[in-house]
Design a protein around this ligand. Structure first.
Ligand SMILES: C[S@@+](CC[C@H](N)C(=O)[O-])C[C@H]1O[C@@H](n2cnc3c(N)ncnc32)[C@H](O)[C@@H]1O
Length: 340
């Protein structure tokens, strides 16, 4: 893997903190040099056989790492970190490469992951805005970055990429890593007020099995979840369709939640679980409108695609102009260039 892939294009704004004088003194020069060059490798971990248990274990580790490192109260940040990593496929060497990034390099990595998906699904990445807008902060908090670094290490060292990095969407959809993270990070009273208790996967799997059979699953059918949370029910239905030899891409999916952080998690999960092009994730009060916010969500998605197309069109035009200028430059004799 190329070493400069994802690395910041501009100089990082945070200077490396020099090691304290006593630390330098206590190490002989040669040892100090070896220490700075040591590469971190992913740790071996005990993975529970059950993917849901595994997801819980990852979430518990991440929550510990965030709090142990005084990450603060913005729970969007640890969730956004895990969500970004969960969007990656897992080629050999990726885990070690990420583990060797410095804290100040991580926001750039996350921005590029989210941008890569924005090109494909601007509607879902916009919906997940809360999970990544912090990464664009030009002057990030150093302590927060350390906590983000600890979260990324803990997630990778407890096997996140093994759970979510599969090429096969069926394997990636065996669990919902964001659900225990979201409910675990929420304050108790906040959770109670929101009624945010996600349905256990064994229950959603059973419901999907009872409700979805080949007759139910006529092509073009819509699956609607008006209180989607992080998408537990959508995941179970998608897996059930796959078990029946059907393709989730042939269906319409509409998940809505009044809470923007839940909707953000559902949007990222819709990508991880590959629900397909007919997926809409909204953020509205399902009880406040007759259509449960569907028309608003569809209009927002159309705007997101239009904005993406305009931005890509402008970028293509700029690139074409640059190429044309370079060509003219190469064709012009030096004398003419000087007088031009
Ligand atoms: C008990 S959780 C269930 C989540 C998911 N359906 C599951 O089974 O795991 C309830 C969710 O409903 C959402 N919710 C509550 N009232 C809502 C409303 N009026 N409109 C949309 N979502 C709502 C909450 O934000 C919360 O995420």
């Amino acid at each position: 893997m190329s070493d400069d892939l994802f690395l910041p294009r501009a100089e990082p704004t945070i200077a490396e903190r020099p090691a304290p004088a006593w630390a330098k003194k206590s190490l002989p020069k040669s040892k100090a040099a070896v220490r700075t060059k040591t590469k971190v490798s992913a740790r071996k971990y005990f993975a529970p056989n059950d993917p849901h248990e595994h997801a819980h274990k990852i979430a518990e580790g991440v929550i510990d790492a965030w709090h142990q490192n005084f990450g603060g109260t913005s729970i969007d940040i640890p969730i956004g970190t895990v969500a970004a990593l969960a969007l990656l496929r897992n080629p050999p060497g990726l885990a070690d490469w990420i583990l060797n990034l410095q804290p100040h390099q991580l926001p750039q990595l996350f921005k590029e992951i989210y941008l890569g998906y924005w090109v494909k699904r601007p509607d879902l990445i916009n919906r997940a805005m809360r999970l990544h807008d912090w990464a664009w902060n030009p002057d990030p908090d150093t302590q927060q970055l350390r906590a983000v670094h600890a979260v990324a290490h803990r997630a990778i060292n407890t096997g996140l990429l093994d759970l979510t990095g599969h090429n096969d969407p069926y394997m990636r959809s065996e669990s919902d890593v964001l659900s225990p993270l979201l409910t675990g990070l929420r304050h108790k009273s906040d959770k109670k007020w929101r009624g945010e208790y996600h349905t256990p996967p064994c229950v959603t799997d059973l419901l999907a099995e009872m409700l979805v059979d080949k007759d139910f699953a006529g092509q073009g059918k819509a699956i609607r979840e008006p209180a989607v949370g992080s998408g537990a029910m959508l995941r179970s239905v998608a897996q059930r369709l796959r078990d029946l030899g059907l393709n989730p891409h042939d269906y319409h999916w509409y998940g809505n939640d009044v809470d923007s952080l839940s909707a953000a998690c559902a949007a990222v999960n819709a990508i991880i679980w590959d629900l397909g092009p007919g997926t809409l994730i909204g953020c509205a009060d399902s009880l406040a409108t007759e259509d449960g916010g569907y028309a608003k969500t569809r209009a927002e998605a159309q705007d997101a695609f239009k904005w993406r197309d305009d931005a890509m069109g402008t970028a293509t035009t700029i690139a074409a102009h640059r190429r044309a200028f370079r060509l003219v430059d190469q064709l012009m004799p030096d004398k003419e260039k000087a007088s031009a």
